[in-house]
Every structure is written in C-alpha cells, then in structure tokens.
Design a protein around this ligand. Structure first.
Ligand SMILES: [Zn+2]
Length: 458
C-alpha cells in the first residue's frame, strides 16, 4: 500500500534522458515504485496526458523561511531552493538550521553561508575595507562551524562588498573546498568590467579547488556582452576547472537601493536615466523613480528594493546555449513583504523558462530543459537523492502540462508580480501532495537540508 500512487504520467528522467509513461508509487517520502502495474494507495492521482519530472531545484534564491515567497516557489513547481546567495545569510547559521529543521517550510531549503554576513559577524561593517587577519580568522571559524552543522557551501556578493580582499576570499574558499562544498559567486562587477571580474571567480576555483558556481549570469552580462562572458566561462570549464553557472529568465534585476550597484555612476555605465529604475516595494512601490525619489530612497530607505529595467532580452536564450547553464530565480528581494510587490521572478522564473526556452522556441528539448532545472543543480550541490527519478529517491515531484506552462507575473509598474503561473498541475514534496490545480494543500512539507558529509572529497 503506497501513500500516493500517480498513474499514467509521462515520466521525464533527466538522468537517462528518456520519457516514458508509467505509474509512480510513493511511500515514506521516497519514490518506492515505478511500474506499469496497478497498486493500492491511500491517495491516487491520475496524470493522464501530463508530464512528471523531479521537482525543480532553484540554485539561487533569497527566501529563507519567508512563507509567502515559499508558496510562490511551490506554485511554480520548485521543490528545493538554495538560499544564502550573494553573500547574504542569517547570522548564527547553526542555530538557524536547528530552528528551521523542526519547523516546516513550503519547500526544502538548503542554506549557503554568506561571506558578507561572516564579515559583519566578525566585526567588519565597512564594505569598502578588507577584513583584518584576526577578523578573517573569526569568519573562518564561523564558516567552519556552519559547514559542520550542514550548511550547503559558501557564497560571495563581491559587488556589494568591494573591500573584500583576495586573502580573505581565498581563506574562506579553502574551507569550503576542504568540506567538499561549492562556492557561489556574485562577481565583483556587471557590464564590461564584469568580463574581467569572471576571472576572479575562476581563480577561486583554480587556487583553492572549490567548485565555483557563477551566479545569475544574465544579470551580470545581459547587456550585449553575454557571448564574451560565456566564452570565458567555457574556456575555464574546457581547461578542466570545476566551474558552473546559472541564469534567470529576466534581464531586469532587483536589489537594494543602498548597495553600490546603484551608485550614481550606474546611470552613465548603463546609459539610462532615473526612470529606468522601478521601486519593487516600500514608499514608491510600483513607481518609476525620479532624481528626487532616487535620492530619497538612497538616503533614507537603503533597504528598499529597486528593479533596474535594463538589458537585452535575446541575451537570455543565448545564455542557455551553454549546455551546463542552470535556471535560477534570484527570488526574495521583497524580504517577506506583501507579495503583490516585488519582482515577477518570484512567481514566474521556471514556467517562463519552459515557455520561452522549450515551448515557444524549441531551443531546448523538454528533457534538456528539465535537466537544467533538476539534476544539474542537484549534482552541483551534492544532493544525490534529489533531481532524479528512481527507487529510493526523495519524492519531490512536479507534474505539469508543457503545452500550457506559462508565467503570469508582471513587473510591479505593469501588474502583479505574484500572479500564479498556468500549467503547473501538481507538486509533491517529501511525498506530500502540496499543490494541486493551484490550491495549496500543505504549506509546510519542506525540510531543512543539512548535509554533514562531504559531497566531494579528495
Ligand atoms: Zn546576486
């Protein structure tokens, strides 16, 4: 007797790269059978005409324990998120992991240790200054502790912390390498300067042995320099370095107005004016900025999020010409505020990926698109029981209609960023049916992933 028996689904297996019609039996949170026979179950789900894949894994998000953002994730078919990106993670991560592991969340969450947070906890609050030797030692101790408590790896947000020195970066990355865990890098610059900044990320891999994930590539380079960026990344990969990368499905990124990203020089660099910035939340939510509102936010509300409406749309499909480019959302800039504000990436990234890169253009096959959203990020993060279909694998499953799959979220000056996508039929997390036809049946089936072993060791 299975807990859940899913019948007649077209099962997409990104490992064998095959699609086949069969039934899936789920028991105790795991896949217990893949069969063409009938079986008894507590709950049955007929999926005739629908496709079933491993649940989508979002390798780049910022939605730590934010319930409304977690629900938007499951509604787009995501079952596991990697948080703590761009250098930002909760303070005292071991305590956070302990607390979260007893409290359920909408999706599974796996947490990177953010270097910016380590800097602050070690007493370095000046983003323009390097850490001293003793501060670096303190940060190293905190990182060691968090990785031993099961954190996913390390992240840098070098664009936000220009004072980060090579000495501190390499010291921290060496610890991640020793634990066999990856280092996610939001590189030091975007636009043309970003092209040389990629080499700093590649050097982290070359000099420490840590696997390096280059974050949200379109947000760094989707302005006409994408092909050059891909060539630099790919030549490092061809050299044999353990480098991988991810990208979202939008060119217009969101971040906090007080960060160096929005220093006044950005307008000249991007060749745009104040009205290319749209407030994602806060006092001016949904409005294009003026010089006055820009200065008001910079001075008085540095934590408010702003979307830079910039970039070249055709750079997005170009990014996915790289066979190991994963899809990621960068969701969560809204920090738990009203979901009617924020960025459409929070609700739309994965449906938009399938719509634009598979359904409308056929750029990727369905199997390859699923691979970018499942087994590829699972392997990067050492999640050996996720991102695949097989007996004993975690029962994180997404059932969708590839003909209908469509994102509906809009930018906040145009509509609702949290409009639910179409075509996501059902989502199963740890064996529980959590979403069915857009209804939330169980909002807390997600676990906190804590991996104490070494995913990679040498
Ligand atoms: Zn980032």
């Amino acid at each position: 007797m299975y807990d859940l028996f899913i019948t007649n689904a077209s099962i997409i297996d990104p490992e064998s790269r095959k699609i086949t019609v069969a039934n899936v039996g789920v028991k105790g949170g795991r896949i217990a059978a893949i069969t063409r026979d009938a079986a008894e179950s507590v709950q049955a789900l007929d999926c005739t005409g629908l496709y079933l894949s491993p649940g989508f894994i979002d390798i780049h998000a910022h939605i730590e324990s934010n319930p409304s953002a977690g629900i938007l994730m499951c509604q787009q078919g995501v079952t596991t998120v990697i948080n703590g990106n761009c250098g930002m993670s909760p303070d005292n991560l071991p305590a956070f992991l302990e607390r979260e592991s007893v409290r359920g969340f909408a999706v599974n969450q796996y947490e990177l240790v953010g270097a910016t947070s380590l800097r602050a906890q070690s007493g370095q609050h000046d983003r323009n200054a390097p850490m001293s030797v003793s501060q670096t030692d303190t940060a190293a101790g905190l990182l060691e502790e968090a990785l031993s408590a099961g954190a996913a790896g390390l992240s840098f947000g070098l664009e936000y912390e220009p004072g980060s020195s090579a000495a501190e970066i390499l010291a921290l990355a060496r610890i991640a390498a020793r634990h066999g865990k990856p280092v996610a890098v939001h590189i030091r610059s975007d636009y043309y300067a970003g092209l040389s900044a990629i080499n700093e990320a590649i050097d982290i891999c070359r000099r420490t042995g840590a696997g390096v994930q280059i974050s949200h590539v379109v947000y760094q380079f989707g302005y006409g320099m994408m092909q050059q960026a891909l060539d630099i990344i790919d030549s490092a990969v061809q050299e044999g370095l353990d480098i991988s990368c991810d990208s979202g499905m939008y060119t217009s990124f969101a971040t906090f107005i007080g960060t160096p990203v929005f220093d006044e020089s950005c307008f000249e660099k991007w060749q745009v004016s104040y009205d290319s910035l749209v407030a994602a939340n806060g006092k001016y939510a949904g409005q294009r900025l003026t010089r006055e509102s820009y200065l008001d936010l910079r001075t008085n509300y540095p934590e408010d999020a702003v979307i830079a409406m910039i970039g070249v749309p055709h750079e997005i499909p170009l990014a996915f010409t790289l066979p190991y480019m994963m899809v990621s959302s960068d969701a969560g800039v809204n920090q738990g505020q009203d979901t009617s504000r924020g960025h459409p990436q929070d609700s739309g990234t994965f449906p938009r990926f399938f719509r634009k890169i598979f359904r409308e253009t056929g750029q990727l096959s369905l199997v390859d698109a699923v691979r970018r959203a499942t087994i590829l990020p699972a392997d990067r993060m050492g999640l050996s029981k996720k991102g695949r279909i097989g007996i004993g694998m975690d029962a994180d499953l997404t059932i969708f209609n590839p003909i209908l799959i469509t994102d509906r979220g809009q930018f906040p000056h145009e509509g609702r960023p949290d409009a639910l996508p179409d075509g996501i039929e059902s989502v199963v997390i740890n064996g529980h049916l959590v979403i069915h036809q857009k209804n939330v049946l169980k909002p807390d089936a997600g676990h906190t992933v804590r991996m104490r072993g070494k995913p990679y060791s040498y």
